[in-house]
Design a protein around this ligand. Sequence first.
Ligand code: PXP
Length: 238
Amino acid sequence: MVSLGVNIDHIATLRNARGGVEPDVIQGAIIAEKAGADAITAHLREDRRHIKDKDIELLKKTLKTRLNLEMAATEEMQKIAIKILPYSVTLVPEKRQELTTEGGLDVANQIEYLKKYIKPIQKKGIMVSLFIDADENQVIASKEIGAEYIELHTGAYAEAFGTDKEEKEFLQLKNSANLANNIGLKVNAGHGLNYQNTNKILEIDNLVELNIGHTIISKAVMIGLDMAVKEIKAIISK
Ligand code: PXP
């Protein structure tokens, strides 16, 4: 069965909008675990726009499942990973101006750097996953640097879903996943997956884990709003 990694970044986005403690990221992660999440994913960005260092520390201490730390391949993040010891790190490209991770990591153009970069992380027993586009060269390069996992970027597929480009994007993901499996890489996938487009992704063989965030937090707001309004209304109406 394919596992679910719940990305909780946007609980932190909401919290940081007021600079306080609500909604609580750790409580959110615990609810996700109790609901069946197999792992919790959190992206510690260079600019700390959502998840903060303290969140990562507390998640590591609290989680009953696995912590997947998403991060850029920088020296600062390498030190943090080695200190925190998450179950896995997923290396992503990062641009300060972007709203979210826009494309996959260009592994093929930094093979030597990444090979060296992941060694001390793997030495600590942390699994390494590389977030890449569905591209044959990137899959082969990921194997070459010695990562255990790739995470296929499903953003282009999600964008194309319901249009005449959907099948092409889907086949690209499927072919990349097959190639990765054939050369001994484990395959995760994520980005832009939602309640409509996830089913088809499951047609890809041997997927290990899907990382899903924004759509879950969005739905949680809509599902929870009814009760939240009723609770405050009950206080006011007393
Ligand atoms: N996987 C990776 C590597 C990501 O960067 C993100 C977004 O932070 C996700 C999965 C989850 O994407 P979404 O929030 O669109 O579900």
